[in-house]
Design a protein around this ligand. Structure first.
Ligand SMILES: *Cc1c(COP(=O)(O)O)cnc(C)c1O
Length: 453
């Protein structure tokens, strides 16, 4: 019998284990003299967040290309989202290459890279406001509800899917109100209690990192007390942008642990969902924070957004998935970028997602392999990227249906126009041709659904 020996592993295969070490923040001029205890203090992180171009200039100093700084100043002015970046995120950026950096790209807008919006784009792309029975609650799927108890975040993502509501008003957008007060929370709990089909609550926002510990307890215990609620997830970008809070805001971490433990005693599952997009967001601080949650038996799952220039190549996506697995975070979803305003430069095509899924599957455990999905604009809900009824690759139109969510309707996802061939780009410039391309794609998708029925 022949034995086949695998050749020694290529060190590049282990890249995901090279988690950043040391006092890396000292490379940033403003943090040069900041010691570890200070940098790990979540209050210091919050107080020193960068919100204006002036604060950015003071923090990163004159070492950065002045063209970039001017570009960012104009970017801040034109962005639909307010800017707020934690020192941790600032320190994770490679300031020698700010244009290419995947963390800069997510949080700091630059005017020169902005592209015109797709003509079919709307501000509330997921129609969360249409499926909302009470303010701050979206009930789209039968057994799940999305609770939005607040509208602030530790850091604002440029590409926020809720830019219709999240963060302070900007020059371009007046924000819609979500459930801000405990009275509105009470109305949401009453609605959930009145609907026996709801078993699963996503608590998002805003960001649950911003909830005071007593409110983590208040919300968690109110939901645990509803007999038919069996599952709960607290959603936060926090671990990707301010992981030290898990370590130093002990009241917050203990409040979460308390809800998890009381849930466990009741036979109910309470977990944390987070949002890492780049392997560069994960450092030794993240690893230590996730180890603490792991020790306490708290499950952490990750939902990434597929973003051009951040994670849209096979090597980066694979490194991200394997690095998350390495620190005991389960990769759950990779979303197509929502069709939101002002971020056309960050979107990719459905075809890109299909190719990435193929590249990632097989590189690690199946339970750590994320599902690549499209949260169909218009309220169709999440669809497996491969499950389109029709995909016109030439014009960048994917047609999905969602029989268990909104039967009989078609939902469309549009690839970014600048990634299409010049002839297709020319067609999108003519409104009558837009209508014709879309009608044809919908008809073909409908024909496929009818043929399968
Ligand atoms: C994403 C989402 C959920 C949760 O869906 P899962 O697929 O279970 O993660 C629930 N409600 C709304 C409105 C959502 O957008």
């Amino acid at each position: 019998m022949m034995h086949h020996h695998k050749p020694p592993v290529d060190p590049a295969e282990l890249e995901h284990r090279n988690v950043r070490q040391g006092e890396f923040w000292r490379d940033v001029p403003a943090y040069e003299h900041v010691d570890e205890a200070t940098f790990l203090d979540h209050i210091w992180q919050g107080r020193n967040s960068v919100k204006t171009p002036e604060e950015l200039f003071e923090t990163i100093g004159t070492s950065v290309d002045p063209t970039f700084l001017e570009d960012a100043k104009e970017g801040f002015r034109r962005a639909p989202m307010a800017v707020r970046v934690s020192p941790y995120a600032i320190a994770s950026i490679d300031w020698t290459r700010p244009y290419e950096d995947p963390i800069r790209l997510q949080f700091i807008p630059v005017a020169s890279r902005l592209l015109p919006d797709h003509p079919r784009l709307t501000l509330d792309s997921l129609h969360e406001q249409d499926d909302s029975p009470v303010q701050g609650l979206t009930h789209r799927y039968v057994d799940k509800a999305l609770f939005l108890p607040l509208q602030t975040c530790p850091v604002y993502c440029r590409f926020c899917t809720r830019s219709y509501a999240i963060g302070p008003d900007t020059e371009n957008v007046d924000k819609a109100p979500l459930a801000k007060t405990t009275d509105l929370w009470k109305a949401a709990f009453d609605y959930i209690a009145s609907r026996p089909e709801i078993e699963d609550i996503v608590i998002s926002g805003g960001d649950t990192y911003q909830l005071a510990p007593k409110n983590i307890t208040l919300i968690g215990d109110a939901l645990l007390a509803i007999p038919h609620v069996r599952r709960m997830r607290f959603a936060t970008k926090g671990p990707a942008v301010m992981p030290m809070k898990i370590l130093t805001d002990t009241a917050w971490t203990d409040a979460l642990t308390g809800v998890v433990e009381r849930g466990r005693a009741l036979g109910k599952d309470v977990v944390l969902h987070t949002h890492f997009n780049s392997p560069n967001e994960i450092t030794w601080i993240t690893q230590r924070a996730m180890a603490l949650l792991f020790e306490r038996g708290i499950t952490v799952r990750n939902q990434s957004v597929l973003i051009r220039g951040v994670n849209d190549d096979a090597r980066t996506m694979t490194t991200l998935v394997k690095r998350l697995s390495w620190i005991n975070v389960h990769p759950y979803y990779v979303y197509m970028h929502d069709l939101v305003k002002g971020v056309e430069d960050m979107r990719t095509s459905v075809q890109t997602s299909i190719e990435l899924e193929k590249a990632v599957r097989g590189t690690t455990a199946g339970f750590n392999t994320p599902l690549f999905i499209c949260d169909a604009p218009g309220g169709g809900g999440k669809r497996d990227i491969h499950s389109f009824d029709y995909y016109d690759r030439e014009n960048g139109i994917a047609v999905y249906s969602a029989p268990s969510v909104k039967p009989g309707q078609s939902f469309l996802y549009f690839d970014p126009i600048d990634t299409l061939a010049p002839e297709a780009q020319a067609r999108w410039a003519v409104p009558e041709l837009q209508e014709r391309m879309i009608a044809e794609a919908v008809a073909r998708g409908g024909a496929k659904v009818a043929a399968l029925a």
